[in-house]
Design a protein around this ligand. Sequence first.
Ligand code: IMP
Length: 412
Amino acid sequence: MARQYNPSNVAVIGMEWGDEGKGKIVDFLAEKADIIARFNGGNNAGHTIEANNKKIVVHLVPSGVMHRNKFNVVGNGLVIDPKILLHEIKNLEKNGIKISPQNLAISENAHVILPHHIAEDRQAGGKIGTTGRGIGPAYTDKAARIGLRMQDFVDDSIFKKRFGEEEFYQEYKGYAEELKPYINDTTAIINDAIGNNKKVIFEGAQGTLLDIDHGTYPFVTSSSATSGGVCTGLGISPRKVQSVMGVCKAYKTRVGNGPFPTEITGAVGQKIQKIGREFGATTGRERRVGWFDALIGKYAVMVNGIDSIALTKLDVFTTVDKLKICVAYKYKGNVLKDFTTSIKILQNCQPVYEELDGWWDDITKVRSYDKLPNNAKKYLRRIEELLKVPISIISVGPKREQTIVARNEFLV
Ligand code: IMP
């Protein structure tokens, strides 16, 4: 994927363990886009958007939905809980956001999450700390070639033949009828749009370290959350993805189990968790918090081909006296400068930190890079230096307008 300035399309990818603020960034970018397309995951995701005096959380419907006249695509790479999707559509409508096949298409090749997937996940997902939404079991069936695609779900001759005897059949048949008008060939829709120079945002869910291939396996989700997932999850050529924007938080968070080298325990950790309101948008669970980890950042830049970074929640650091950035891991007498997916090393290494001074001025009303406190700028510059990628967007609060564009050339 070659870097292109003022691209027609951009993939928005989580650089860590999800919850980086992709929903807000996608909503911000969507203003200038025509189509917003999700390519992976399911309702394990919770993308929070605050705009037009409303706060909504979407789990399946793409985060462009708060803008009128945008087309939203749910790609083939997703697993869809039909009950949740219909509930979400109704909830959006209650909030005055009209959803119809005119602004939402669901891939005929996305897979369906059925009640037994959820039951199985709730029983077996404890070790990983899954969201319990049936994600892993639905993707397992897909890979085992016994899953149910959306197109087969809404064709009753197929659905009934496979699941007609099940207790859930009647209820789910009703969902299938309601969803039928949305089912479409989204691969053709996206490729036509790209061919016609429409502006497209590819919206990722979860993040690089939760990716099934590149994450901290087995503490990962079951889909491709990295930029490679854009191509497989929507059916487009890698040559068509013009730009990749990585989203990362000013600090790190993780929900669920698994190693977290820069995890902060004690009073500072609790302070950041409280100010940052670090509780899951999907499950309400407490998010673990940690210092910025440059090894993870560099790894995410490499795996995804990140052109620029959207850094979120910088405002949460206001009043934190000393900020730390992890620049290496010490493990058994060796200094590691690059990230590793070895759980053994991640669990037993000691982070090596650089310390920077914090700032005390409220930055939630700052709208230009120049007006940020010097120490905030120093922190951002150090991240750019370490990751060797420019920061294009800085988020200083949850609302759409609390956004600083530092480099316009990476936006659609
Ligand atoms: P699953 O995706 O429900 O199977 O959960 C697998 C792991 O990914 C667990 O640690 C979850 O907490 C985590 N996870 C899944 N989706 C998200 C997300 O959108 N944000 C943050 N963590 C997530």
